[in-house]
Design a protein around this ligand. Structure first.
Ligand SMILES: *Cc1c(COP(=O)(O)O)cnc(C)c1O
Length: 354
């Protein structure tokens, strides 16, 4: 018989991230990381970082760092919250804002961390099926909800919705907090930051992991009304009064201040994405019109799990989700042009086309 105490251990199904292989020379297109290094200004900031200062706790308010983020968006520091990756910011937001008896709602195909947090924090939830075209229909979110969370653009579909969609969503959901997860927005999506002034219950979450090439540094932030941000600070300060670490803040400040480098890398990724999309379509793939740094693709004549596994033997890692509705698709992160050429070459090999 099992020990009785085991009954009281939390049983959770954790989130499974894209594999981080220890193999060398692999082409890693499976975790939506940026293929380019962070800004040279980040290298400089980390190299010149005063390590003696590490004996002190970081600025608990992250004042300077928040100011740099606020400057980028032309908002106030009081409208910015920072955390250790946007996963941290999102998890905190779930705890802070989703305390209703009514279920929170999100799409059936979306970032798979949302149901994990709901289970962990005991938040009731329900999902809304995406349309056959994988788009989100704002009218599905009309009912009284305990909260709403939607990535825009959505993952792993790569599809984004515009201002009209967000405004509709906000009109339908005046009595709960709506979180828009903008992890991928810099790659061509519509950002609702401008709407946070109009809607006090709208929270945007963002990350330095994708468009700013700092996944390893773990920096995320949220933008919203002073009321929402103050509530997030209060919840964070009830169990961890210190913020992002000092080195991360130095790197993050350097990254957000270098607009030129940011624009340049984002444009490069977009350009490569569009080229690869066309090439894949020529090879018979159906590819969704991505507004992110990845492509969602399927092939009528081929089994995508087998394709994914073939590429793995060729040291090209992409992502396959063994889940209803999307198990005939693969998700391909956009790498450098050189990496994508190898990916395309291996894809042609798989299809038997030379
Ligand atoms: C990558 C991602 C995040 C988390 O990013 P962090 O690395 O934790 O900042 C959040 N939401 C979505 C939809 C993502 O794809």
């Amino acid at each position: 018989m099992d020990n009785l105490w085991t009954e009281n251990i939390r049983k959770v199904e954790p989130y499974v991230p894209g594999e981080q292989s220890k193999e060398k020379d692999i082409i890693k297109l499976n975790a939506n990381e940026n293929p380019y290094p962070p800004s040279p200004k980040v290298f400089e900031a980390v190299k010149n970082f005063d390590c003696a200062g590490l004996k002190l706790y970081p600025d608990a308010d992250a004042g300077k760092f928040k100011e740099a983020i606020a400057r980028f968006y032309h908002i106030k520091k009081e409208n910015v919250f920072v955390g250790n990756g946007s996963d941290d910011v999102l998890a905190l937001s779930f705890q802070t804002f989703f305390n209703s008896e009514k279920p929170i709602v999100f799409p059936d195909i979306t970032y798979s961390f949302y149901p994990v947090w709901c289970e962990l924090f005991k938040i009731p939830y329900k999902t809304c099926p995406l349309g056959g075209d994988f788009r989100i229909n704002a009218d599905d979110y009309k009912e009284e909800n305990g909260g709403v969370v939607i990535p825009n653009p959505n993952a792993p579909t790569s599809l984004g919705e515009g201002k009209g969609f967000i405004e509709k969503l906000m009109e339908y959901n005046k009595d709960c907090v709506v979180i828009i997860d903008e992890a991928y927005v810099d790659f061509g999506g519509y950002s609702s930051v401008e709407l946070t002034e109009k809607y006090e219950n709208l929270l945007i979450t963002c990350t330095f992991s994708k468009s700013r090439s700092l996944a390893g540094m773990r920096i995320g932030y949220a933008i919203g009304s002073e009321k929402l941000i103050a509530s997030l600070e209060a919840v964070k300060n009830s169990y961890n009064s210190y913020t992002v670490n000092s080195i991360a803040m130095a790197a993050g400040t350097a990254a957000i201040n270098d607009k030129e480098y940011f624009n340049k890398t984002v444009s490069k990724v977009i350009k490569t994405r569009e080229r690869v999309k066309k090439e894949l379509r020529k090879l018979g793939f159906e590819v969704l019109d991505s507004q992110t740094n990845f492509l969602m693709a399927t092939h009528r004549e081929k089994d995508m799990k087998e394709y994914f596994e073939y590429l793995k033997t060729q040291k090209v890692f992409i992502r396959y989700f063994n889940k209803p509705r999307i198990n005939s698709y693969v998700r391909i992160t956009i790498g450098t042009d050189k990496e994508m050429d190898i990916f395309l070459e291996k894809t042609k090999e798989y299809l038997g086309r030379f």
